[in-house]
Write a protein that binds this ligand. Structure first.
Ligand code: NDP
Length: 222
């Protein structure tokens, strides 16, 4: 039975990834940071693991739990949009967004990518088109944009390190998705975005390692 790991599965895109992989008969290891969400994931048939991605001990605990695992499809989903005001971010806002979107990836991907490489599997990271520098047409939400640009850099480093060992590592834009983060005005229902993301990851070949793709597989400029 193929195994999926979803990091940040309490709601939104991560929860829908867990739901769809389970519905397709996959074994699913899914993380959340709150007990009611872990209970709900267990009811879905997933194997819940408590994880706060901004807590190094919690990340170390995940590492121990995954020690003997090998994974076919891993998704790093947990993310924070941060301030929606137009002014400069405060230090606290900066720290929270960069910790969640960048430092957590620096700590988690070296744990997860080797487990993916063992199965010549795939690793998807939820970035955002807003992190694209080359394709940028707006300058709003500069902290979120900077964090996703930095996340893309972390993904490229991960691809360079683990691609040669068999992991295909991809940064994804999921579309503008109807979740708590995307809001109700967003143009893609979460189930559609996740179907696309799963299909694009599933058909990705090793030459897609280190790329930045839209949910339908269209390349996005870094
Ligand atoms: P939501 O805001 O709906 O969900 C965010 C998820 O991240 C929740 O599961 C949340 O857990 C988790 N999370 C945040 N901080 C932590 C933490 N410290 N530890 C553990 N989990 C944490 O977001 P979406 O589902 O919309 O987005 C998922 C990803 O896709 C994000 O990385 C986002 O940046 C990206 N994205 C989304 C877009 C959209 O339109 N929705 C567009 C482009 C990119 P909890 O419930 O515990 O808070």
């Amino acid at each position: 039975m193929p195994t999926a790991l979803i990091i940040g599965a309490s709601r939104g895109i991560g929860h829908e990834l867990a739901r769809q992989y389970r519905a397709d008969g996959w074994r699913v290891i899914a993380t959340a940071r709150k007990q009611p969400d872990l209970d709900e994931l267990a009811q879905l048939g997933a194997e819940p693991v408590a994880l706060n991605v901004t807590n190094p001990e919690s990340i170390a605990g995940l590492g121990w739990k995954l020690d003997d695992e090998s994974i076919d499809a891993a998704w790093l989903v947990a993310g924070l949009y941060g301030p929606r005001h137009d002014g400069f971010p405060t230090q606290d806002e900066f720290d929270a967004v960069m910790h969640t979107n960048v430092l957590a990836a620096m700590r988690l991907l070296p744990i997860v990518a080797p487990l993916v490489a063992v199965r010549r599997g795939k690793l998807g990271v939820l970035s955002s088109r807003m992190g694209s520098i080359g394709g940028r047409g707006h300058g709003n939400a500069s902290l979120y944009r900077a964090s996703k640009a930095a996340l893309n850099s972390v993904l490229r480093d991960t691809a360079l390190a683990f691609g040669p060992h068999g992991a295909t590592c991809i940064a994804f834009h999921p579309g503008w998705v109807q979740t708590d983060m995307g809001g109700s005005a967003a143009d893609i229902p979460v189930d559609q975005s996740v179907r696309d993301l799963r299909a694009t990851l599933a058909k990705a070949q090793p030459d897609a390692n280190g790329t930045f793709l839209d949910h339908d597989g269209t390349p996005i400029p870094w």
